[in-house]
Write a protein that binds this ligand. Sequence first.
Ligand code: HH2
Length: 294
Amino acid sequence: MAAHIPEPVVMGVVNVTPDSFSDGGEWLDPAAAIAHGHALVAQGAAILDVGGESTRPGAEPVSAAEELRRVVPVLDGLAGAGARLSIDTSKAAVAAAALDAGATLVNDVTALRGDPRMAALVARRGCEVCLMHMLGEPRTMQRDPRYDDVVGDVRAFLAERLEHAVAQGIAPERVWLDPGIGFGKTIDHNLELLARLDEIVALGRPVVVGTSRKSFLGTITGRGPGDRVAGTIATNVLALARGASVFRVHDVAEARDGLLVAAATLRGRWTAPTTTSTTTSTTTSTTTTGSRPS
Ligand code: HH2
């Protein structure tokens, strides 16, 4: 268990795609995506992660022009929404336009390997960057992934990517790390990474985890993507106990509550939120007047 329990930061997912594995097509219309982003902020998202390309296993790549067409209007509509904006892309042209539109974090699932111009862009713009581990590429990554020691291998990869980022002029304090749950991993790999997440946290940078609705939760529980919120929260809470600080989720209200209670319990202290919830439903907005994870 981590000696220090971080303040949990909830990153809400806004997928502007027709084919994401759990919510493909739901937010493809810009107005719907913007409304969804506002609702996630009201539920407690401190960051909105906007993406225009699915990275689910087997996904086909999308052109930069199409990705830009999907995400830029949504980022424009979410500027001033009350959360930091993150762009989930591996293309420098998309990241540059997103930064122009107000994003301050680049979430690059290729960890600066997808586009040779990405590292220089991040260095020049001084934004934050999330470097994620992935074995192979989305089209093929789930075909028999193998590791010597999954935690050791992922940790060594992330340490090397952090070093590379710094060598490219990115300030180390701007780098977040992510073990890439489900990206070229079997269920056993995912479970071992979560169980030994403290070894990734020991690299000294904020750790992001993205377990939300992923298929290993369905394998364990027998439930479809929309019914995996309890499994998502269980993994988020365990990751928090091991020192993770940023939680990328689709179901923000539930994750926020689970993480706040877990953090209070693990620390043995709590503060009452100044949030007035008008409903217990997660599809209806809550009114947030004060503290949320930041
Ligand atoms: N997972 C997905 C996408 N982006 N980024 C980070 N840093 N960590 C993750 O675990 C991660 C991520 C996949 O989830 P989702 O966006 O819901 O699906 P899709 O890629 O099909 O759009």
